[in-house]
Design a protein around this ligand. Structure first.
Ligand SMILES: O=C(O)CCC(=O)C(=O)O
Ligand SMILES: [Fe+2]
Length: 156
């Protein structure tokens, strides 16, 4: 679990709350207060990129698909790139994220596309790896990118 506190910023356009990233785990459950600032990256059919506000809804939780779910589903689900912009309001923002990741982390436990989801028509797009390799790569990667997935892709 991670708790974020984003203080009031007098010059919000000059900084970011959190730079664009994807969450590494399977799913993230996120509770945010009413201040706002969370945005998801959206690409339309012409390839045009825009950042869409995730407007706070009282009592609602945000569910993010993470990189591991993208790998395990062999790209059926895509991890969402998101960021937090600073708000122009006088009050701070608070959010709480709960990250769901596999508990089995031994060196003989491998993760990758689920065998039930791959076939000769839909071959695996990622190689298998242990959680220690996965999180070792996560903690040494460039934060502001989707580069984590590229380390486990079978072909570019
Ligand atoms: O504060 C937020 O709304 C998002 C936090 C977040 O993206 C994260 O903890 O990974
Ligand atoms: Fe995140």
């Amino acid at each position: 679990m991670v708790c974020h506190y984003y203080p009031h910023c007098p010059e919000p356009e000059r900084t970011m709350g959190i730079v664009p990233h994807t969450d590494p785990g399977v799913l993230t459950v996120l509770a945010q207060d009413g201040v706002g600032g969370l945005q998801v990256k959206h690409q339309d059919e012409d390839g045009k990129i825009s950042w869409v506000d995730v407007k706070p809804v009282p009592g609602a939780l945000v569910i993010n698909v993470g990189d591991l779910l993208q790998i395990m589903s062999n790209d059926k689900y895509t991890s969402v790139e998101h960021r937090v912009v600073m708000n122009t309001r006088e009050e701070p923002r608070v959010s709480i994220g709960i990250f769901f990741s596999p508990g089995k982390r031994g060196d003989s436990v491998f993760y990758g596309p689920l065998p039930e989801l791959v076939s000769s028509e839909n071959p695996p797009k990622y190689r298998n790896f242990t959680m220690s390799e996965f999180y070792g790569t996560f903690f040494s990667r460039d934060l502001a990118s989707k580069a984590l997935l590229d380390n486990f892709k079978l072909s570019p």
